[in-house]
Write a protein that binds this ligand. Structure first.
Ligand SMILES: Cc1ncc(COP(=O)(O)O)c(C=O)c1O
Length: 366
């Protein structure tokens, strides 16, 4: 009774985010020394060399609070993106920015439209603030259906989340569809485009979302250092926000939300373009290698614009377990007939392919 009284009712149906298995747990369970973790869409490589040495240099000064406005990094990102400084907001991961957007805008009774399946944090931040999630199925279970999303907007819609490329399917919607969507979306709706995998995309039809950002219309574009830059453990992402919304976010965010190593690591990562390009090229090569193995094993998958591949299977639980026996961790989705497989280093991808071969040998067709 006491806790029912104390804790907000909206939180009752929520389920805490489940991060999946950790490599150390699987090492213990499987007895394998080499664990290949392909379950969280992480970069298989750590921070770039320049970022690493910059972080080392700040460690002795961690007695000081970080720059609460992250000025140097913001300036650098503005030069990169063309976004003006008052519009550039940095978050403790783009995840934090998703929550802050919800916190600054949502009221009980509001509706939030997003595709499904998509990133689990959209329904979480929706529920957290008492709003109602409106899930629009992906067309053919694979791609954002922007027309259906437009049709799902009502007078009560406050936010539309667009995940491009989409997690977990790895697909993008194209520039033409986005142009139509932006022309038709009603003015009262905040469109949040989550481009967490932006740097991996090579499809020329990918929209240039920032071209639509004018600082006035209700559009937010989010990106992150967690993926190709290899800084997931530091927690740092950023976004372009119209000024009134940026102002509201600064009121609700924690004053020192970006730690000092994260600020310098992100800053110097932006100087390592050659390494980022190398990672992109290698990711593409390893993805092609995965596709050819999946073709050979007659596994169905969705071609991806990201660093992960959505594999369709009628036996997700059995395949997940068979891979785990080989020390390979992928992402399952409960009862959904699919698994998400991250693209690793050449060595990791090779181990994953061998594990899939063993799964087919054990289970027959997957
Ligand atoms: C689509 C999408 N958005 C946002 C995030 C969160 O990234 P960050 O580490 O910046 O919080 C992820 C992480 O997996 C993601 O897949």
């Amino acid at each position: 009774m006491l806790w029912e009284h104390l804790i907000r009712k909206e939180l009752e149906p929520m389920v805490p985010y489940s991060p999946g298995l950790r490599a150390s747990e699987v090492r213990e369970r499987s007895g394998h020394d080499t664990i290949v973790k392909l379950s969280s869409n992480e970069c298989p490589y750590g921070p770039t060399p320049t970022a690493l040495s910059a972080m080392e240099a700040v460690l002795p000064r961690l007695n000081r609070y970080p720059d609460g406005a992250a000025r140097a990094l913001r300036r650098r990102l503005c030069e990169r993106t063309g976004v003006a400084e008052p519009n550039l907001v940095i978050g403790n991961g783009s995840n934090e920015l998703l929550r802050l957007i919800a916190q600054a805008t949502l009221r009980p009774g509001d509706e939030v439209v997003f595709s499904w399946p998509s990133f689990i944090v959209y329904p979480m931040v929706t529920q957290m603030f008492g709003a109602t999630a409106v899930r629009v199925p992906l067309a053919d279970g694979e791609v954002h259906d922007l027309d259906a999303m437009r049709a799902a907007i009502t007078d009560r819609t406050r936010i539309v989340f667009l995940c491009n490329p989409n997690n977990p399917t790895g697909t993008i919607y194209g520039a033409d569809g986005f142009k139509r969507f932006m022309a038709e979306v009603p003015e009262h709706v905040l469109v949040v485009v989550d481009e967490a995998y932006y740097e991996y995309v090579d499809d020329p039809s990918y929209p240039r979302t920032l071209d639509y950002f004018d600082g006035e219309r209700p559009l937010v574009v989010l990106r992150t250092f967690s993926k190709i830059y290899g800084l997931a453990g530091l927690r740092i992402g950023y976004g372009a926000f119209p000024e009134p919304l940026a102002g509201a976010i600064h009121k609700v965010r924690e004053p020192f939300n970006i730690n000092a190593p994260a600020q310098v690591a992100a800053y110097y990562s932006l100087a390592d373009d050659a390494e980022v390009e190398r990672r992109k090229v290698e990711n593409q090569e390893q993805k092609t290698y995965l596709y050819s193995a999946f073709d050979r094993l007659r596994l169905r998958y969705v071609p991806s614009q990201t660093n992960f591949v959505y594999v369709l299977t009628d036996k997700p639980v059995e395949v997940f377990e068979a891979l785990l026996e080989r020390g390979v961790i992928v992402r399952d989705f409960g009862t959904a007939p699919a698994l998400r497989v991250g693209v690793g280093t050449p060595e990791e991808t090779h181990i994953a392919v061998t594990a899939f071969e063993a799964a087919v040998a054990k289970l027959g067709s997957l």
